[in-house]
Design a protein around this ligand. Structure first.
Ligand code: NAP
Length: 343
């Protein structure tokens, strides 16, 4: 059986170690992908530090896959050997991305258009799915009509939206989806340094995140003109949730990426929904299938643009140091990307 290198988290809250494991065989509706690039996400250092989300150890982590199809499983249509693809992985030994070969679910995979590199493509899956589920899911989001569905594109003109943490990976995709949905104004809260970039993605206003809560609330409501019915808090710390909730219009929805800490009982029909961006979750599969079937075209037409990235040295071995930097907030506003084929 062909062997490959994989980065294992050896035990709950244990050490990361690179060692061999077999290259898996694709089952029905799966692709075997040679992973050329994978992006790091906060969930990976949180799993290592807090021992959450993963039950089975040793474990392979990593969700963002960009690589080449080397084998096509039964029942797969629309993908061929040799094709460049991106895919949203799953945190199981066969389907995670911190290894040289992984199994990608074809439904949550898309071709990489010629205008993008593997590194750029790897920055997309988890951030984009989390933004999309948060905005468009009826159960794990605000229940808006997705722009890839009939009547969804440009559906919300004149409606303001707040994206708190606009420069985060999830926030950047929330801004771009809000633009595709027609929201206006699109108000991002982020460090000033990102203003030009966020405006290029579709934000109409960028409010400096370093003000105090009262200043932030005043700036948001002053910019919005109309009541803010949708707030997407990509950061979801207690203070960012509170600001986002406080500026919300009656009957509005706050989407959080972490557990809600604000109290819905504060009334006026305002709702708080904690999102969960995995397309593999049963509640998200139909929604995300729609997104993924349009993704190659959207990336080609730059409706969705991948974010800035930094390539880490030393292949899989460089990932633990990258996760440490993310944890310390030292990733410099870029997505960290590892190259598993590099030894
Ligand atoms: N529920 C889910 O399914 C799900 C999925 C994905 C992510 N998440 C969670 O969502 C959060 C964001 O993930 P991510 O990958 O998008 O993060 P990320 O890209 O690593 O976010 C980093 C950026 O967040 C900004 N930021 C930090 N504190 C902020 C604050 N108080 N106000 C505004 N901006 C702030 C910083 O921007 P500046 O440069 O402006 O300082 C930094 O560049 C994480 O906690 C993650 O675990 C949850």
């Amino acid at each position: 059986m062909q062997q490959q290198n994989a980065l294992f988290l050896e035990s709950k809250q244990g050490q990361f170690v690179v060692r061999k494991r077999p290259v898996p065989t694709p089952g029905t509706a799966e692709l075997l992908v040679k992973v050329y690039a994978t992006a790091l996400n906060p969930v990976d250092w949180k799993i290592q530090q807090f021992g959450i989300f993963v039950d089975k150890y040793p474990a392979v982590l990593g969700s963002d896959i960009a690589g080449e199809v080397v084998e096509v499983g039964q029942g797969v249509t629309g993908f061929t050997k040799g094709q460049r693809v991106l895919s949203h992985g799953l945190l199981t030994e066969n389907q995670a991305s911190y290894q040289q070969y992984t199994l990608a679910t074809s439904t949550f995979s898309a071709g990489i258009p010629l205008n993008l590199t593997y590194n750029q493509a790897a920055t997309v899956p988890l951030g984009l799915d989390t933004a999309a589920v948060g905005l468009y899911s009826d159960t794990l989001g605000a229940g808006l009509t997705p722009p890839w569905m009939e009547g969804g594109q440009g559906k919300y003109p004149g409606k303001p939206i707040l994206v708190y943490g606009g420069s985060s990976s999830v926030g950047c995709y929330a801004i771009q989806l809000a633009r595709a949905s027609g929201f206006s104004p699109i108000i991002a809260v982020a460090s000033r340094i990102h203003e030009e970039y966020l405006i290029s993605l579709g934000a109409t206003h960028v409010i400096d995140r370093h003000g105090n809560s009262d200043e932030l609330k005043k700036a948001i409501t002053g910019t919005a003109a109309a009541p803010v019915e949708i707030a997407y808090d990509a950061i979801s710390l207690p203070d960012t949730q509170q600001v986002s909730f406080d500026i919300l219009a009656p009957n509005g929805t706050l989407v959080t990426t972490l557990q809600p800490v604000v109290n819905e009982g504060q009334a006026n029909g305002r709702k708080v929904v904690a999102t969960y961006g995995s397309p593999h979750h049963p509640a998200n599969q139909i929604l995300c299938k729609g997104l993924w079937s349009n993704l190659e075209d959207w990336l080609h037409r730059s409706i969705i643009k991948p974010g800035p990235f930094e390539v880490l040295p030393d292949g899989l071995l460089g990932i633990p140091e990258g996760l440490r930097r993310m944890k310390e907030g030292d990733a410099g506003g870029v997505k960290l990307v590892a190259r598993p084929q590099q030894e």
